[in-house]
Design a protein around this ligand. Structure first.
Ligand code: SF4
Length: 68
């Protein structure tokens, strides 16, 4: 199993995943899983950017995704 993402302790989205059962799959696939390097949030952080707190690992927006 992959190591947890290095941003896990201060990622606002991860905090939301922890408290939303429907979002656990994101956490398992990205934050604690093998697709971590594909996370758009992680890539933004690596570029020195601060991603929107509602940007999902695939680059879409949490708010838009839940209102569709
Ligand atoms: S959402 Fe992305 S940046 Fe945040 S903890 Fe998960 S893998 Fe890391």
């Amino acid at each position: 199993m992959a190591q947890s993402c290095k941003y896990i302790d201060n990622c606002p989205l991860f905090q939301q995943f922890k408290h939303a059962h429907g979002k656990v799959v994101w956490m398992l696939v990205y934050c604690k899983g093998d697709s971590q390097a594909e996370c758009e949030r992680l890539k933004a952080r690596e570029r020195g950017e601060t991603p929107s707190p509602t940007m999902l690992p695939d680059g879409s927006d949490l708010i838009e995704a839940t209102t569709r």
